[in-house]
Ligand binder design. Structure first.
Ligand code: SF4
Length: 220
Protein backbone atom coordinates (compact mmCIF):
# COMPACT_ATOMS: atom_id res chain seq x y z
CA UNK A 1 0.00 0.00 0.00
CA UNK A 2 1.39 3.40 -0.99
CA UNK A 3 0.13 6.51 0.73
CA UNK A 4 2.47 9.07 -0.88
CA UNK A 5 -0.29 10.23 -3.23
CA UNK A 6 0.24 13.51 -5.01
CA UNK A 7 -3.29 14.64 -4.32
CA UNK A 8 -3.77 17.52 -1.91
CA UNK A 9 -6.62 17.93 0.58
CA UNK A 10 -7.83 20.89 -1.50
CA UNK A 11 -8.02 18.74 -4.64
CA UNK A 12 -9.95 16.09 -2.73
CA UNK A 13 -12.37 18.74 -1.52
CA UNK A 14 -12.81 20.07 -5.07
CA UNK A 15 -13.56 16.60 -6.45
CA UNK A 16 -16.07 15.88 -3.72
CA UNK A 17 -17.77 19.25 -4.09
CA UNK A 18 -18.16 18.60 -7.82
CA UNK A 19 -19.57 15.13 -7.14
CA UNK A 20 -21.95 16.55 -4.52
CA UNK A 21 -23.18 19.13 -7.04
CA UNK A 22 -23.46 16.48 -9.77
CA UNK A 23 -25.44 14.09 -7.61
CA UNK A 24 -27.37 16.90 -5.95
CA UNK A 25 -26.03 16.56 -2.47
CA UNK A 26 -26.50 12.79 -2.29
CA UNK A 27 -23.36 12.57 -0.19
CA UNK A 28 -25.26 14.07 2.72
CA UNK A 29 -25.36 11.80 5.75
CA UNK A 30 -28.88 10.91 6.86
CA UNK A 31 -28.92 9.47 10.35
CA UNK A 32 -31.07 6.50 11.29
CA UNK A 33 -32.00 4.55 14.40
CA UNK A 34 -28.98 2.33 15.25
CA UNK A 35 -30.75 -1.06 15.19
CA UNK A 36 -32.36 -0.32 11.84
CA UNK A 37 -29.08 0.96 10.40
CA UNK A 38 -27.21 -2.13 11.59
CA UNK A 39 -29.73 -4.64 10.22
CA UNK A 40 -30.11 -2.75 6.91
CA UNK A 41 -26.36 -2.54 6.49
CA UNK A 42 -25.95 -6.28 6.99
CA UNK A 43 -28.76 -6.88 4.49
CA UNK A 44 -27.03 -4.52 2.01
CA UNK A 45 -23.84 -6.58 1.91
CA UNK A 46 -23.28 -7.54 -1.75
CA UNK A 47 -26.88 -6.54 -2.53
CA UNK A 48 -28.28 -3.81 -4.76
CA UNK A 49 -29.76 -0.72 -3.11
CA UNK A 50 -33.32 -1.29 -4.36
CA UNK A 51 -33.34 -4.86 -3.07
CA UNK A 52 -31.80 -3.76 0.21
CA UNK A 53 -34.56 -1.24 0.83
CA UNK A 54 -37.38 -3.71 0.14
CA UNK A 55 -35.83 -6.57 2.13
CA UNK A 56 -34.94 -4.29 5.05
CA UNK A 57 -38.51 -3.00 5.26
CA UNK A 58 -39.80 -6.58 5.36
CA UNK A 59 -37.32 -7.84 7.95
CA UNK A 60 -37.64 -4.79 10.21
CA UNK A 61 -41.44 -4.99 10.11
CA UNK A 62 -41.25 -8.54 11.49
CA UNK A 63 -38.35 -7.95 13.85
CA UNK A 64 -38.56 -4.30 14.97
CA UNK A 65 -35.96 -4.56 17.72
CA UNK A 66 -33.01 -6.57 18.99
CA UNK A 67 -35.18 -8.67 21.34
CA UNK A 68 -37.49 -9.90 18.57
CA UNK A 69 -34.58 -10.66 16.22
CA UNK A 70 -32.79 -12.62 18.95
CA UNK A 71 -35.63 -15.16 19.09
CA UNK A 72 -36.38 -15.16 15.37
CA UNK A 73 -36.98 -18.45 13.61
CA UNK A 74 -34.05 -18.76 11.20
CA UNK A 75 -36.13 -20.37 8.44
CA UNK A 76 -38.72 -17.60 8.65
CA UNK A 77 -35.96 -15.00 8.57
CA UNK A 78 -34.38 -16.74 5.59
CA UNK A 79 -37.67 -16.36 3.72
CA UNK A 80 -37.91 -12.67 4.59
CA UNK A 81 -34.35 -12.16 3.36
CA UNK A 82 -35.23 -13.27 -0.19
CA UNK A 83 -33.55 -10.77 -2.52
CA UNK A 84 -30.56 -10.20 -0.28
CA UNK A 85 -27.41 -12.00 -1.43
CA UNK A 86 -25.88 -14.69 0.79
CA UNK A 87 -29.05 -14.85 2.87
CA UNK A 88 -28.22 -18.39 4.01
CA UNK A 89 -25.25 -16.96 5.87
CA UNK A 90 -26.96 -13.73 6.89
CA UNK A 91 -29.98 -15.34 8.59
CA UNK A 92 -28.07 -17.24 11.32
CA UNK A 93 -25.59 -14.39 11.71
CA UNK A 94 -28.34 -11.82 12.27
CA UNK A 95 -29.93 -13.99 14.96
CA UNK A 96 -26.55 -14.68 16.59
CA UNK A 97 -25.73 -10.98 16.44
CA UNK A 98 -29.00 -10.04 18.12
CA UNK A 99 -28.43 -12.60 20.88
CA UNK A 100 -25.01 -11.09 21.64
CA UNK A 101 -26.43 -7.55 21.55
CA UNK A 102 -29.13 -8.60 24.00
CA UNK A 103 -26.86 -10.49 26.38
CA UNK A 104 -23.83 -8.23 26.29
CA UNK A 105 -25.28 -4.78 25.63
CA UNK A 106 -28.86 -5.06 26.91
CA UNK A 107 -30.19 -4.66 23.36
CA UNK A 108 -28.17 -1.52 22.66
CA UNK A 109 -26.02 -1.15 19.53
CA UNK A 110 -22.46 -0.30 20.58
CA UNK A 111 -20.94 2.84 19.05
CA UNK A 112 -17.45 1.41 19.14
CA UNK A 113 -15.60 -0.03 16.15
CA UNK A 114 -14.03 -2.93 18.04
CA UNK A 115 -17.31 -3.94 19.65
CA UNK A 116 -19.05 -3.84 16.28
CA UNK A 117 -16.28 -5.83 14.59
CA UNK A 118 -16.64 -8.54 17.24
CA UNK A 119 -20.25 -9.21 16.15
CA UNK A 120 -20.88 -12.06 13.68
CA UNK A 121 -20.88 -10.99 10.03
CA UNK A 122 -19.67 -7.46 10.73
CA UNK A 123 -16.59 -6.34 8.79
CA UNK A 124 -14.96 -2.92 8.63
CA UNK A 125 -17.27 -1.61 5.90
CA UNK A 126 -20.42 -2.46 7.85
CA UNK A 127 -18.98 -1.27 11.17
CA UNK A 128 -17.89 2.06 9.69
CA UNK A 129 -21.27 2.55 8.00
CA UNK A 130 -23.01 1.98 11.33
CA UNK A 131 -20.72 4.48 13.05
CA UNK A 132 -21.51 7.07 10.38
CA UNK A 133 -25.22 6.54 9.72
CA UNK A 134 -26.29 5.59 13.26
CA UNK A 135 -23.94 7.62 15.44
CA UNK A 136 -22.73 10.49 13.26
CA UNK A 137 -19.14 9.51 13.98
CA UNK A 138 -16.10 10.40 11.90
CA UNK A 139 -15.35 7.25 9.91
CA UNK A 140 -14.80 6.20 6.31
CA UNK A 141 -16.99 3.43 4.96
CA UNK A 142 -15.01 1.98 2.06
CA UNK A 143 -17.06 -0.15 -0.30
CA UNK A 144 -15.98 -1.46 -3.71
CA UNK A 145 -16.89 1.85 -5.40
CA UNK A 146 -14.88 4.07 -3.09
CA UNK A 147 -11.96 1.63 -3.20
CA UNK A 148 -11.90 1.49 -7.00
CA UNK A 149 -12.49 5.19 -7.68
CA UNK A 150 -9.94 6.38 -5.11
CA UNK A 151 -7.38 4.22 -6.91
CA UNK A 152 -8.43 5.45 -10.36
CA UNK A 153 -8.26 9.05 -9.21
CA UNK A 154 -4.72 8.35 -8.02
CA UNK A 155 -5.52 9.26 -4.42
CA UNK A 156 -4.29 5.86 -3.21
CA UNK A 157 -2.50 2.83 -4.60
CA UNK A 158 -4.06 0.01 -2.65
CA UNK A 159 -5.17 -3.55 -3.13
CA UNK A 160 -7.98 -3.88 -0.57
CA UNK A 161 -10.74 -1.67 0.85
CA UNK A 162 -9.07 -1.97 4.27
CA UNK A 163 -5.84 -0.51 2.86
CA UNK A 164 -7.85 2.23 1.15
CA UNK A 165 -9.55 3.15 4.43
CA UNK A 166 -6.20 3.39 6.17
CA UNK A 167 -4.68 5.50 3.39
CA UNK A 168 -7.66 7.83 3.06
CA UNK A 169 -7.64 8.47 6.80
CA UNK A 170 -4.17 9.92 6.37
CA UNK A 171 -4.92 11.92 3.23
CA UNK A 172 -8.51 13.07 3.43
CA UNK A 173 -9.73 16.04 5.54
CA UNK A 174 -11.85 14.62 8.37
CA UNK A 175 -14.96 16.57 7.44
CA UNK A 176 -15.04 14.72 4.09
CA UNK A 177 -14.87 11.22 5.57
CA UNK A 178 -18.50 10.48 6.36
CA UNK A 179 -19.98 11.69 3.06
CA UNK A 180 -17.45 9.94 0.85
CA UNK A 181 -19.27 6.61 0.79
CA UNK A 182 -22.53 7.92 -0.66
CA UNK A 183 -20.85 10.23 -3.14
CA UNK A 184 -18.60 7.59 -4.62
CA UNK A 185 -21.42 5.06 -4.62
CA UNK A 186 -23.41 7.43 -6.83
CA UNK A 187 -20.44 8.12 -9.06
CA UNK A 188 -19.57 4.41 -9.30
CA UNK A 189 -23.09 3.55 -10.39
CA UNK A 190 -23.52 6.38 -12.87
CA UNK A 191 -20.12 6.98 -14.46
CA UNK A 192 -17.07 5.35 -12.91
CA UNK A 193 -18.40 1.85 -13.46
CA UNK A 194 -17.02 -1.27 -11.84
CA UNK A 195 -18.06 -4.11 -14.12
CA UNK A 196 -17.35 -2.16 -17.32
CA UNK A 197 -14.90 0.52 -18.47
CA UNK A 198 -15.55 3.85 -16.73
CA UNK A 199 -17.36 6.50 -18.77
CA UNK A 200 -14.51 9.01 -18.53
CA UNK A 201 -15.75 11.20 -21.38
CA UNK A 202 -18.83 12.01 -19.28
CA UNK A 203 -17.00 12.42 -15.99
CA UNK A 204 -17.14 15.80 -14.23
CA UNK A 205 -13.94 15.11 -12.27
CA UNK A 206 -11.83 13.83 -15.16
CA UNK A 207 -9.40 16.80 -14.98
CA UNK A 208 -8.41 15.61 -11.48
CA UNK A 209 -8.20 11.90 -12.34
CA UNK A 210 -4.98 9.99 -13.06
CA UNK A 211 -6.81 7.22 -14.92
CA UNK A 212 -8.86 9.73 -16.88
CA UNK A 213 -5.70 11.37 -18.19
CA UNK A 214 -4.12 8.16 -19.49
CA UNK A 215 -4.36 8.06 -23.30
CA UNK A 216 -4.04 4.29 -23.40
CA UNK A 217 -6.63 3.67 -20.71
CA UNK A 218 -9.85 2.04 -21.77
CA UNK A 219 -12.44 4.78 -21.89
CA UNK A 220 -15.76 5.41 -23.48
S1 SF4 B 1 -12.19 10.13 -15.20
FE1 SF4 B 1 -12.86 8.03 -15.53
S2 SF4 B 1 -11.72 6.79 -14.07
FE2 SF4 B 1 -11.55 8.92 -13.43
S3 SF4 B 1 -13.18 9.18 -11.90
FE3 SF4 B 1 -13.98 9.82 -13.90
S4 SF4 B 1 -14.97 7.99 -14.75
FE4 SF4 B 1 -13.64 7.32 -13.07
Amino acid sequence: MKTEAKVTPEQMRTVMEILAATYRGRGAVELGEPYRVLVSTVISQRTREEQTAAVSRRVLAHYPDVASLAVADEQALLGLLAGSEYREAKAPRLVAMAKILLEKYGGRIPDDIDALLALPGIGRKTANCVLIYAFNREAICVDTHLHKIANRLGWVTTKTPEQTEKALKILMPRDLWAGSNRLFLQHGRAVCLSGAPPLCSRCPVRPWCVYGQEPTARKR
